[in-house]
Design a binder for this molecule. Structure first.
Ligand code: CMP
Length: 139
């Protein structure tokens, strides 16, 4: 089924001017960018967005990083969008990411790993609603 997922192009990637190259990978994989904006998250916004990871040892580092420079938040649409996006992103740790994936090609480390993608349709809906209103999504 055609579904939607939520994606972030992270600070390490926007700083290296990789937005277009990452978008090309998403589009080549059959995902359609139906909403997109460049924002600079506050620390508080990053903390709320990553609330599920609050107990993890890397929470402080993660939320500092995500609020350190602009990001591009996106809604992607396509056949099985959550799974398709996770496939094109590659493993969280770039050292484990498959050839041809975004993280294999661009990520610097497990933290500075260039992109975020929702891990389930349920979380996708929550994450999309956190950054976009219905009228900003044009399918
Ligand atoms: P993301 O998909 O954005 O969701 C949680 C993020 O935590 C994950 O990508 C990683 O970038 C980050 N992360 C996971 N493990 C570590 C770690 N050991 N150190 C720093 N960041 C991490």
């Amino acid at each position: 089924a055609v579904t939607r997922t939520f994606s972030i192009i992270k600070p390490d990637a926007t700083k290296r001017n990789l937005t277009g190259k990452i978008n090309a990978k998403l589009e080549d994989a059959g995902l359609r960018i139906v909403a997109q904006k460049r924002i600079h998250m506050t620390k508080a916004q990053a903390e709320k967005f990553y609330e599920v990871h609050a107990a993890r040892p890397f929470y402080g580092e993660l939320t500092d990083f995500m609020s350190s420079a602009p990001v591009v938040v996106q809604v992607l649409e396509g056949e099985d969008a959550v799974a398709k996006n996770r496939e094109v992103m590659g493993a969280t740790n770039p050292a484990e990411a498959a050839e041809g994936t975004i993280r294999k090609e661009f990520a610097l480390s497990i933290g500075e790993n260039s992109v975020h993608g929702s891990d389930s349709e349920e979380n996708a809906a929550i994450e999309i609603a956190y950054f976009f209103s219905g009228t900003e999504i044009v399918g």
